[in-house]
Write a protein that binds this ligand. Structure first.
Ligand SMILES: [Zn+2]
Ligand SMILES: [Zn+2]
Length: 104
């Protein structure tokens, strides 16, 4: 019996070592991170299949910001596009609309 143990795994990488200050609460240990999706086989990440958007999360107040310090209104609402078929807002990284299933 052969099992193909593969899939896509998220991997969060820190992009730089310079701490930023949280615009929300003044906490000064924010680092720019990015969550990339890796195609993995036998739990070993082989290559990135999708590069994430750089972001910063404040461990103190939980706010999420983009690289330049603007607040992100949750990941799903960020850089949303409108589905031409059902009109709902969908993240730009979607190829198919999660609501109506049509190609974007
Ligand atoms: Zn904060
Ligand atoms: Zn749709």
């Amino acid at each position: 019996m052969f099992f193909f143990i593969g899939g896509v795994q998220p991997k969060t990488v820190k992009l730089d070592e310079n701490p930023r200050t949280c615009p929300e609460c003044g906490h000064s240990e924010l680092y720019i991170k990015r969550t990339d999706s890796y195609l993995s086989l036998f739990f070993i990440p082989l290559f990135p299949v999708k590069k994430g958007i750089p972001f910063m999360v404040c461990e103190n107040c939980g706010s999420v910001f983009t690289q330049d310090g603007t607040s992100m209104d949750g990941f799903s609402g960020y850089r949303a596009q409108k589905c031409p078929h059902c009109g709902r807002s969908v993240g730009t990284d979607f190829v198919y609309c999660p609501y109506c299933g049509k190609s974007l």
